[in-house]
Ligand binder design. Structure first.
Ligand code: PGA
Length: 253
């Protein structure tokens, strides 16, 4: 069985380097003995080095929250996938709904996925609907997001990808989606990948859940949802809670 992937998306937090150091210290301690989980911390890039320096026990690996799809050049304020890889970054989140809300398109997500894989990193591709409608057209929406994101990738490349299903209505909310409902989405996403590629590829691709994950709902999501891991926003800024989530994941069969 592969390890559960527990990904911290710090978003535009914390405010200071000293807080980033403290959170890192707490998470490094909590993740130190993890065996069944792989922890990924995605800080704001300005804190990348700080977070990496605090990882003396090699408790986690680092990721970024975004990259620019081009190799290098005149893109003020941007960071390329090759730069990230050169800084020991292993994962990159792409297509997060907060970035899509700022105009990131499916085509751009696809370009970024290519750039991330070409730079030998793993893309964490976020998909998720705004709301649920009774005629289940949200399934088509998710299918389209996945199809676009994986466009022109080989099956070998797709096997390396991670898809994070994050229903927008559950992000920054009070409650997460129920594990059972997540399981349906898990099956649906696997089916989409199966139809695009084949059974082996669908089996290999990892699927995470994200949206208001907390120590309270972790067991339900992992056990009933049968997901391969979690993408965690707010709670990843509280090492104690994040540590609890890791411990729960460690206890899973
Ligand atoms: P949340 O954020 O855990 O704070 O809901 C999740 C995300 O946006 O990745």
């Amino acid at each position: 069985m592969s390890k559960k992937l527990i990904v911290a998306n710090w978003k535009m937090n914390p405010l200071t380097e000293s807080e980033a150091k403290d959170i890192t210290k707490g998470i490094a301690k909590a993740a130190r003995k993890s065996q069944k989980t792989k922890v990924v911390i995605c800080p704001p890039s300005i804190f990348l080095k700080t977070v990496q320096s605090g990882n003396r026990t090699k408790s986690f690996v680092t990721g970024l929250q975004n990259i620019h799809p081009d190799h290098q050049g005149s893109h003020t304020g941007e960071i390329s996938a090759d730069m990230a890889r050169g800084m020991n970054v292993h994962y990159v989140i792409t297509g997060h709904s907060e970035r899509r809300a700022q105009g990131e398109t499916d085509e751009e997500v696809n370009k970024k996925v290519h750039a991330i894989l070409d730079a030998k990193m793993i893309p964490i591709i976020c998909v998720g609907e705004h709301e649920r409608d009774s005629d289940v057209s949200y399934l088509q929406f998710i299918q389209k997001q996945i199809t676009f994101a994986l466009k022109d990738l080989s099956d070998t490349q797709v096997k390396k990808c991670v898809i994070a299903y994050e229903p927008i209505w559950a992000i920054g909310a009070e409650e997460a989606m129920a594990g059972e409902d997540m399981h349906q989405m898990y099956i649906f996403i696997k089916k989409v990948v199966h139809d695009l590629y084949d059974e082996r590829t669908a089996k290999k691709i990892q699927i995470l859940y994200g949206g208001s994950v907390s120590p309270k709902n972790t067991e339900d999501i992992l056990e009933q949802g049968h997901v391969d891991g979690l993408l965690i926003g707010r709670q990843s800024l509280y090492p104690e809670n994040f540590g609890e989530i890791i411990s729960i994941a460690e206890k899973m069969k």
